[in-house]
Design a protein around this ligand. Structure first.
Ligand SMILES: Nc1ncnc2c1ncn2[C@@H]1O[C@H](COP(=O)(O)OP(=O)(O)OP(=O)(O)O)[C@@H](O)[C@H]1O
Ligand SMILES: [Mg+2]
Length: 428
C-alpha cells in the first residue's frame, strides 16, 4: 500500500518535472531561438516575448537590444548608401569605382552617358570597358602607389563623331586597415567643349592678327617711303589715298568685331518696334546706292501682297540686309567678269514668318563652303576672296542679328547658278 503511494507520488513528481521542463525551458527556449533566427535573417522588428518566464527576461532584454542596435545600424547604412548614390547620381562628372583588380564595381549615370555604355559593365575589366591604355595606366599607378594621379586624355567614344577630351583624377581607395589598396575611384570630367573653345579663341586671335597685319604693313610701307623724303606729289597722293583706304579697313574691322561681340553678349537688348519691311528695304537701297551705281548693278525689290509686319530693331536689320545686298553685289559676279550684278530682293510671308530673300546671278557658293560662310573670317576661295576688301565678318553679323530677333538665315546655291540668302523673321 505504502509502496503504491510512493510510486504514485514519484510518478506525479516526474510528470510535474517534465511539465516544468517543457513549459519553463523548452518552449521559451524555442521562442527565443525563433526570434534569434528572425534577427539573423535581418528582421529587426521589436522583440516581444510575453510568455517567457521571468528567468529568461535577461536574455529577452539582450535580444531586444541587439535587435535595436542592428536595426539602427541598418537604417544608418541605408541612409549612407542612399546619400552616396544620390551624390554619384547627381554629379556632372563621370565616376567609376574599380576594385583592386581594376574591374568595374560601380559607375554613375554621368559615366554611363558620357561613354554611351548601353549594357551593364559591372565586373568587367577597365580595359574592356574603356579602350584607353592611358586611363588604365592612371588607374593602376594610383592603385600601386596609393597616390592621386591626374591626367588629360583624348579618347574615341563609341557613338561620338569627334574625339573626346577628358580630365581624369584617379584616387586610390585604402582598405579599412589603412594598408594596401582596395581599388581606385576614377573621376572623369569631359573638357571637350573647353578645349574646342580654346581652339576657337586661338584661331580667332590668329585671324584677327592676320587681318590687322595686312593693312598695317601697307600703311607702314608707305610711311617709310614718305619718311625717306624726295617723294613726288603724285606718289604722295597715291600713298595718302592707300593709307586712307587701309585705315578705313582697320576701322571697319574694329567696328565689325565690336558689333559681333556686342551681339554675342548674353541678353543683348534689341530696340524693337512693330515695323513694316518696305521702309527698311528702301533705307538699305539708299545706303548702298553709290556702290550699286559704281558697279552698274541692277537691284529689284518685290514685295508680296499682305506682308506681315515684325518686331524689329530697324538699325540692326538694316545692318544685316546691307551686308546681304553688298555681298550679292561684290561676290555675286565672278571677278574679272564683264557681267554686271543683278540682284533681286523679295519679301514674302512664309508660314508664321516674314521672309526676305536676296538672289544674285553670281558664281554661287560650293556646297562644302555653305555651312562655313557664317563663321568669322571665313571666305570662299581663301586669300583670293580676301582681296575683295571685305573683312569676312559680314555674314557672322547677319547671323547674330537675325538670331537675336528669333529668326534664321538659309542659303540656297549651286555653283554657276547664283545664290539666294533668305532671312526668316517671326511675323508680329
Ligand atoms: N552672294 C554671294 N555669292 C558668292 N559668295 C558669297 C556671297 N556672299 C558671301 N559669299 C562668300 O562668303 C564669304 C563671307 O561673306 P562675309 O559677308 O561674311 O564676308 P565678306 O563679304 O568677305 O566681308 P565683309 O565682312 O566686308 O562682309 C565671302 O568672302 C564670300 O566668299
Ligand atoms: Mg560681306
Amino acid at each position: 500500500m505504502v509502496s503504491t503511494l510512493v510510486g504514485i507520488l514519484a510518478g506525479a513528481l516526474a510528470l510535474l518535472a517534465a511539465w516544468w521542463i517543457v513549459c519553463g525551458i523548452i518552449l521559451p527556449g524555442r521562442e527565443l531561438l525563433v526570434v534569434l533566427r528572425r534577427i539573423a535573417e535581418g528582421d529587426f522588428r521589436p522583440v516581444i516575448l510575453p510568455t517567457v518566464p521571468s528567468y529568461f527576461r535577461n536574455a529577452e532584454a539582450d535580444l531586444r537590444k541587439i535587435s535595436e542596435t542592428l536595426a539602427s545600424q541598418k537604417s544608418l547604412l541605408a541612409e549612407e548608401e542612399f546619400s552616396l548614390s544620390m551624390i554619384l547620381g547627381s554629379m556632372a562628372e563621370g565616376v567609376v569605382i574599380l576594385g583592386p583588380d581594376l574591374r568595374v564595381r560601380e559607375l554613375n549615370r554621368a559615366a554611363i552617358s558620357l561613354f554611351n555604355l548601353g549594357s551593364t559593365v559591372q565586373g568587367l575589366l577597365l580595359t574592356e570597358v574603356f579602350t584607353s591604355h592611358e586611363l588604365q595606366g592612371l588607374a593602376s599607378r594610383a592603385c600601386r602607389t596609393g597616390e592621386f594621379q591626374r591626367g588629360e586624355l583624348t579618347l574615341t567614344i563609341h557613338g561620338r563623331a569627334d574625339r573626346c577630351h577628358l580630365a581624369v583624377t584617379a584616387a586610390p581607395l585604402k582598405t579599412s586597415s589603412g594598408e594596401g589598396s582596395d581599388g581606385v575611384l576614377l573621376v572623369l570630367h569631359d573638357v571637350t567643349r573647353l578645349r574646342e573653345l580654346e581652339a576657337v579663341r586661338r584661331e580667332f586671335v590668329a585671324n584677327v592678327s592676320h587681318e590687322f597685319r595686312t593693312p598695317l604693313s601697307v600703311i607702314n610701307g608707305y610711311l617709310e617711303t614718305l619718311g625717306e623724303g624726295g617723294v613726288g606729289r603724285d606718289m604722295m597722293r597715291k600713298a595718302i589715298a592707300a593709307m586712307q583706304r587701309h585705315t578705313g579697313r582697320l576701322n571697319r574691322l574694329i567696328e565689325d568685331l565690336l558689333s559681333i561681340s556686342r551681339m554675342e553678349e548674353k541678353g543683348v537688348r534689341l530696340e524693337t518696334e512693330k515695323t513694316d519691311i518696305a521702309p527698311i528695304l528702301k533705307t538699305v537701297l539708299d545706303q548702298t546706292e553709290q556702290e550699286i551705281s559704281e558697279r552698274k548693278a541692277t537691284v529689284c525689290i518685290s514685295l508680296a501682297e499682305g506682308l506681315p509686319s515684325a518686331h524689329l530693331d530697324a538699325y540692326r536689320i538694316e545692318q544685316a540686309f546691307s551686308n546681304l545686298l553688298v555681298n550679292a553685289l561684290r561676290h555675286g559676279i565672278p571677278s574679272g567678269s564683264s557681267d554686271t550684278a543683278k540682284v533681286m530682293i523679295s519679301a514674302f510671308p512664309s508660314g508664321s514668318d516674314l521672309a526676305v530673300s536676296f538672289r544674285d546671278n553670281g558664281p554661287g557658293i560650293p556646297l562644302a563652303d555653305q555651312e562655313h560662310v557664317f563663321e568669322r573670317f571665313y571666305r570662299v576661295g581663301g586669300d583670293r576672296a580676301r582681296q575683295s576688301g571685305g573683312t569676312g565678318l559680314g555674314l557672322s553679323i547677319v547671323k547674330n542679328v537675325i538670331q537675336a530677333h528669333g529668326g534664321r538665315v538659309s542659303i540656297e546655291s549651286s555653283p554657276g547658278e547664283g545664290s539666294i540668302f533668305t532671312v526668316y523673321l517671326p511675323a508680329a
